[in-house]
Design a protein around this ligand. Sequence first.
Ligand code: NAD
Length: 384
Amino acid sequence: MKIAVAKEVEVGERRVALVPETVARLVKQGLEVLVEAGAGEQSFFYDAAYEAAGARIVTDPDSLWREADILLKVEVPQERVDLLREGAVIVGFLNPLGQPDLAQRLAERRVTAFSIEMIPRTSRAQSMDALSSQASVAGYKAVLIAAATLPKYFPMLTTAAGTIAPAKVFVMGAGVAGLQAIATARRLGAVVEAFDIRPAVKEEVQSLGAKFVEVQLQEETVAAGGYAKEVSEAAKQRTQEVVAEHVKQADVVITTAQVPGKRAPLLVTEEMVAQMKPGSVIVDLAAEQGGNCACTEAGKDVQWNGVTIIGPINLPSSMPVHASQLYAKNLTTFVQYLVKDNAVQLNFEDDIISAACITHAGEIRNQRVRDALATLNTQQSAVS
Ligand code: NAD
């Protein structure tokens, strides 16, 4: 069984799907590992280290894609999919709800595709949960970016020249990224407040030493799987009324709120930004999903009445060593779960396999992906 690691080709993507340590684990299990030459270079894992771990370095990318029984990637470029042989397996961030046409292409190619973002968020699947491992990197880095941009100290300082008050950080969305942002801001000495529409996170927020901002909503805010639901207009209005004052007081706002498969909720309006102190900073981790702040532009730093709004793209890739190490561990655990006795075991009774497998034997297996594809096709035929 050949496990192949292809080089990432998207602009700005510096991560790699396996690191040498995880290659060694798979080789020890009796699997053959092929690594495209230079695949780990951007994350400082060099070919020699992969070879020492037992991998075979392949210089021709096309032959690597053709040879693979299981191809591991971070991002999956549509144009390479046709190189995979029928019946091959691919595992990566396939973004099947945002990019259902990729799923369609994989199905047409009769590839068995596992979308790592569809792994259930359960305790049993925790070690395969790449959304969490990468979100945690993003939450940490968002705070460092904010601290480096803020024209102030984060911690309280008592000096001979007077006392410096600590920075006030407001984190909106206390999922994996938000909780790591809270922890990082606290480590840097800031006073931290946080808000989320899922009331269950209150205790986690408080255990990290932050204050939880409560908004009483008259509706259910949690969907199946523990994710947030898209809330009503009335709830959005109520939320904005409550959070406006906290945004106004903050030196730094970190926004992380997302609802799977939807545009990110708008939490910080232009009016709220206009109320903030000059020099304040917003880092919007939902920039690529439309942004939580009305002023966000993905991939840009925007100045708005003296407030800097930063909309970073692919923050995990900016820390490629640890982001790759964690991602590689997630993928390796998944491969070890999938492969038994040197063969892929497709047990669709298993909740992890069933949820993550989006295409198999020429079919798109997931109803939400089929719905997303139907919507895309309708939009495209309306345009043409
Ligand atoms: P996410 O990235 O989908 O969203 C980030 C946060 O934004 C979430 O906490 C969400 O509640 C919040 N949010 C959404 N809409 C909002 C709004 N209008 N206002 C304020 N906040 C809003 O979330 P995530 O970090 O991927 O976590 C998703 C779920 O999975 C959570 O319930 C989390 O606890 C759970 N989870 C479970 C495990 C596990 O059990 N192994 C691991 C990781 C995450």
